[in-house]
Design a protein around this ligand. Structure first.
Ligand code: NI
Length: 388
């Protein structure tokens, strides 16, 4: 177990990788240059088992320890950027207008590369480490889900999976994690209310979908306040509402759309079921009808108990117990790493990015001072989970 000082040597090289990736952002699964750079850098460390082209541009590389037989654990970094016009004014800003690393996946990739270099050299662990470089975290279809569907868990014999995400507003050198749900699930819905259009001066001859939509919206808020345990978190937000074309016409249809976030898979099922039941009940009561399209995106990111304990231990040994918040409040954001945690036990940890701009903000930049902490966390985690 090592403190962060053991990883300072890697900082300048990791900073170069990070800034190269930052200058050259790519979107979704189309990460040809990024993937080529990652594969070539891994090969330069003497890693010879590198499989590319998984879920288009995903990579899995294996490093075997010298401590004998043991399980294989997966360490996952995401690699994709966002369609944002960068305004960080950093010398290493994006060279492609309209694309930027606005979520720090350049830093995540650089930290895992740094850990790969260290582990390929030291190999002080048993079993095997599978480095998972994932495309398409920010878009649908999810890169994590696609890598799973292409069989990475079984093919590489991965028994546990871990990931790390930077977080602005947390000091560099600090970590945050919690047992159980750490990030919310993310679903979206579209709801079409079909009534009967007509003259606005003769409302009794119409079935007004706007008035019905208004009642449906309030009904959905009541689902949360009256239908769920107040100590559990559920967000149902209607974020789009459109209907009508003129002052004197009652339209025939109204369209609503929105999002559902929760930390409980039971509440997720509840939301999908009850949004339809509630909207349908209200609409039918007024002689209208509804059509619901409900899309499940990311599941709840659920940290498993034993693996979370391992992550806490690895972080504490790096930075000391007082710099690891092991009871971090869960966040309402979501992460497609959740799919990997449905397949294998594991844990996601947050690493402090200092006082940077927020994630997905045009002024955001990953903090290179965090690199040795991230690298050190990965190495300590491997040497804890796969102690020889
Ligand atoms: Ni992200």
């Amino acid at each position: 177990m090592r403190s962060v000082e053991a990883f300072r040597d890697l900082q300048s090289e990791a900073t170069e990788w990070r800034r190269y990736l930052h200058r050259n952002p790519e979107l979704d699964s189309r990460l040809q240059n990024t993937a080529r750079f990652v594969a070539e850098t891994l090969a330069s460390f003497g890693i010879n088992h590198i499989e590319t082209g998984i879920a288009e541009t995903g990579i899995v590389a294996l490093i075997h320890g010298e401590g004998g037989d043991g399980p294989t654990i997966g360490l996952r970094a995401d690699m994709d950027a966002l369609p944002i016009l960068e305004a960080s004014n950093k010398p290493w800003s994006s060279e492609t207008p309209g694309k930027m690393h606005g979520c720090g996946h350049d830093g995540h990739t650089a930290m895992l590369l740094g850990a790969a270099k260290y582990l390929a050299n030291s190999r002080k662990f048993k079993g095997c480490v599978a480095l998972i470089f994932q495309p398409a975290e920010e878009v649908l279809p999810s890169g994590a889900l696609r890598m799973i569907q292409e069989g990475v868990m079984d093919r590489f014999g991965i028994s546990q999976v871990f990931s790390m995400h930077n977080t602005p507003g947390m000091e560099v050198g600090k970590f945050g994690i919690c047992h159980g749900a750490i990030l919310a699930s993310l679903d979206e819905f579209d709801l079409v209310v079909t009534g009967k259009g007509g003259h606005a001066a003769k409302p009794h001859e119409t079935v007004d979908p706007i008035v019905i939509a208004a009642q449906i919206i309030l009904g959905l808020q009541t689902l949360v306040s009256r239908g769920t345990d107040p100590l559990e978190g559920l967000v149902i937000s209607v974020t789009k509402l459109s209907a009508g074309t003129a002052y004197n016409i009652v339209p025939g249809q109204a369209e609503l759309a929105g999002t559902v976030r929760t930390f409980s898979s039971g509440l997720r099922d509840f939301a999908e079921r009850q949004i339809l039941a509630s909207a349908q009940g209200i609409a039918r009561g007024f002689g209208a009808d509804v059509e619901l399209t409900y899309r499940r995106d990311c599941p709840v990111t659920l940290n498993h108990i034993h693996e979370t304990d391992l992550a806490i231990k690895a972080a504490r040994n790096l930075v000391g117990a007082s710099s690891v918040d092991d009871k971090m409040r869960p966040r309402m954001g979501s992460e497609d790493f959740a799919y990997m945690l449905e397949e294998r036990p594991g844990a996601l940890i947050f690493i402090g990015n200092g006082s940077s701009a927020a994630l997905h903000n045009p002024a955001y930049d990953f903090n290179d001072e965090a690199l040795p902490y991230g690298i050190g966390y990965w190495v300590n985690l491997v040497e804890t989970a796969l102690a020889a």
